[in-house]
Unconditional design. Sequence first.
Length: 78
Amino acid sequence: MFNLKSAFALILVSALSFNASANVLVDEIVIDTSDLQANITADLTAAMNKMHQEVLQEATLLIATDDVASQQQVVKAE
């Protein structure tokens, strides 16, 4: 049967081996981010261009609507 010292030693050895395994796994993780910035920049540029076109279109429609409204006003002579 295990006594308290044996159980503590087993837990300590298990924890140390788990920590060593975790360190090996951490050292092997490599994240390639070379294309990440290019993709983000391209997506951001496309979104900004789309928003710019929508704002220009909205402004053009507002100007056109204002011009039509001003042309439809009829001044009555008294």
